[in-house]
Design a protein around this ligand. Sequence first.
Ligand SMILES: [Zn+2]
Ligand SMILES: [Zn+2]
Length: 274
Amino acid sequence: MSSESLVRTAYPRIAGWRKRKTSLLEFYKCPGCGRAQESLLLDENDSAECFSCNKRFPKVEFGTAKVRRTVVECGNCGADVSMTFSNANMLGIGYICSNCNSFVAVEFGAQLLDPVEVLKQSWNPSVEKHGIPVDNDLTVFKCRTKKEYLIVQLLQILAKEEEKSFRSVTSDGDFSVGLLFDSSKKQLAGSLIWNVEWEHAILRQIFIVPDERRRGLAERMVVFWVKEYADKISDRFGIEAPNEKARSLHAKLGHIKIDGDTATGVKCFFAPTM
Ligand SMILES: [Zn+2]
Ligand SMILES: [Zn+2]
């Protein structure tokens, strides 16, 4: 198995593409202004509005138009996915394969990127230079640029799959993000999101990519973050709505005390959800 396919199985939800091409697609052609659009929003009379001239016409009056668009072959199932509105991801940063529901392409400015490539350390060469070593095989890298925050936005899509919660994390927002890289695999292993409020660091989310779990990475990342960031702000930090796993992690590290159903902060306090 090539390393390429190993990477692809590591992120089942983020499949990337096998091939990228341009194809002629068949769109509807407005009988009024002649412009092309991909789909029609039909009303009860089987009429639809043209998105260009905003006039309504019966469906039967729309013609067809061939338009050239970028199409990628889904890295998971091989289906053709056109880079058009109907395949756009609801979170607004890329395109989804309608056949297998995998994330296949991501938009970054005017560029179209393979999300599998974005999660590799090689996409972000400054990790090597500016990352802070946690120990021999782990590096934490604090995001600064839009390009770096794009990685977090991709991870949020994975996190959303599991937790059903999505946090919009952008470079101009209030969140700081540490990316965890496995230095030997040169691959992203997880992320930690925090912000500073009431003069305390508040830990908002820990995420470890599915294939890198059960290695104690979350623990090493949290210990590192407390020493490197939280402790420099104040001696207690906040945690937001920790799930079962996060609670037992903080209990193990002595940050909280669990007594039956009650958790009491020792090194942390419980911050309200934003
Ligand atoms: Zn029109
Ligand atoms: Zn697919």
